[in-house]
Design a protein around this ligand. Structure first.
Ligand SMILES: [Zn+2]
Length: 401
């Protein structure tokens, strides 16, 4: 790329060091003053990409920006990745179990497990079991041979399962820091930490013998447009969507957690409306090419049959509030509703959790404390489990798009 009318500056030079070795797309960046008037920027790629270039007018703390979005030509299917990841893990667990066992014991164990594989999980409840088989089959199709092999393995306690997928959506990221506490804590950092802690708990849990898997809409400090967060969750056919944020106000007093569901009409309160407007602004700050918003997401947002989604979201929100109040304060005792862009997946119960007020000095300290982060992650996990206890995930119809 030749950029005319600029000279090489420290910001451009720093780009080179910003590329990490494990970057999925970029192998390296080189910059140089090509002519006195032109800076040449070379991006070395790991595989073919489809670039999109656009400029953005100044917003928030940012001046005019030139944005380069690099989309891989052949995208990895995130659902396949989750299933593959899970298969590797259960194989490793089986191997570890086998290694720890005496060979004779292992033989006995394998022998005694074989007849049991069909009964306990499948017999739990027949409509669910049916659904599990159906969904399992759909997903097996997409992974092909590796899944097939897995179901033939002898030590199978959970091979007929389908994954229960929880999409976790840490708010903000990249050039959008979210709210900033009086001590300098950035919302984007604490919510990512919370998501990682909750992910560990989810990945170790199961519902009715079906393993759970967390899928993060962003796994590091980068910007993800709001519509893309919804789209990512839909692509992995998430059972739940939980967006994690930290609240802020102009004065230091407000405190406590809130949970939001989508509203079909107006917001529950003017505060809820204000909150939605604030969170929805992320796209402007992060640098979204509004003209090029994905058409499928646009359609999904318009073509909504959201009543069932909202009802389930209110239940999930209620369960989460019930557990959060055991570890911290609540800002509002009931689930509020407003038009958050990120809650608009028509087929996934979706809530937005404002974990605490980052603008309140006491709560900012708590949000930074590892102890409280763990308590909060535990509470959210208990809330998810309480929700599934009453609303089994397998009874839901899924769209496979
Ligand atoms: Zn936020």
């Amino acid at each position: 790329m030749d950029i005319q009318g600029i000279t090489l500056n420290p910001a451009l030079k720093e780009l080179v060091a910003k590329v990490k070795p494990d970057d999925p797309n970029i192998a390296g960046i080189r910059v140089g003053q090509f002519t006195p008037d032109i800076v040449r920027l070379v991006v070395d790629l790991k595989h073919p990409i489809r670039p999109q270039v656009f400029s953005l007018a100044p917003v928030a703390a940012y001046q005019h920006r030139l944005v380069l979005d690099l989309y891989p030509v052949a995208e990895i299917d995130p659902l396949e990745a989750l299933i593959a990841d899970r298969a590797v893990e259960s194989k490793a667990a089986q191997a570890a179990k086998a290694a720890a066992q005496d060979p004779l014991e292992l033989l006995i164990a394998q022998h005694s497990q074989r007849p049991a594989t069909n009964s306990p999980a499948m017999a739990a409840s027949s409509p669910k079991a049916q659904d599990a088989t159906k969904t399992g089959a759909t997903r097996a199709d997409s992974t092909g041979a590796s899944n097939q092999k897995d179901s033939n393995s002898p030590a199978a306690g959970t091979t007929t399962d389908r994954l229960i997928i929880i999409a976790l959506d840490p708010g903000h990221g990249g050039e959008d820091p979210g709210a900033i506490g009086p001590g300098g804590t950035k919302e984007k950092d604490v919510v990512l930490k919370l998501a990682h802690l909750l992910r560990a708990r989810i990945n170790a849990a199961s519902v009715n013998g079906n393993a759970m898997r967390a899928f993060l809409t962003r796994d590091a400090d980068f910007f993800v447009p709001l519509g893309t967060r919804v789209q990512k969750a839909r692509r992995v056919q998430a059972d739940l969507f939980i967006s994690i944020h930290a609240d802020a106000f102009f004065t230091p007093d407000p405190q406590g957690a809130s949970v939001f569901a989508l509203s079909q009409g107006g917001a529950t309160s003017s505060a809820a409306r204000w909150m939605a407007a604030k969170e929805n602004k992320a796209d402007m700050i992060g640098g979204l090419n509004v003209k090029a918003k994905d058409a499928t997401v646009q359609r999904a947002l318009l073509d909504m049959s959201t009543t069932a989604q909202i009802n389930d979201s209110l239940k999930l929100g209620g369960n989460l509030l019930g557990e959060i109040k055991r570890v911290g304060k609540l800002h509002k005792p009931r689930v509020e509703q407003a038009s958050f862009a990120v809650l608009k997946a028509p087929d996934i119960p979706s809530v937005l959790v404002e974990a605490a007020f980052i603008s309140n000095p006491t709560e900012e300290t708590k949000l930074n404390s590892e102890d409280y982060q763990n308590q909060l992650a535990d509470a959210l996990m208990r809330g998810i489990e309480a929700y599934f206890a009453k609303n089994p995930p397998l009874s839901r119809n899924r769209t496979t798009s």
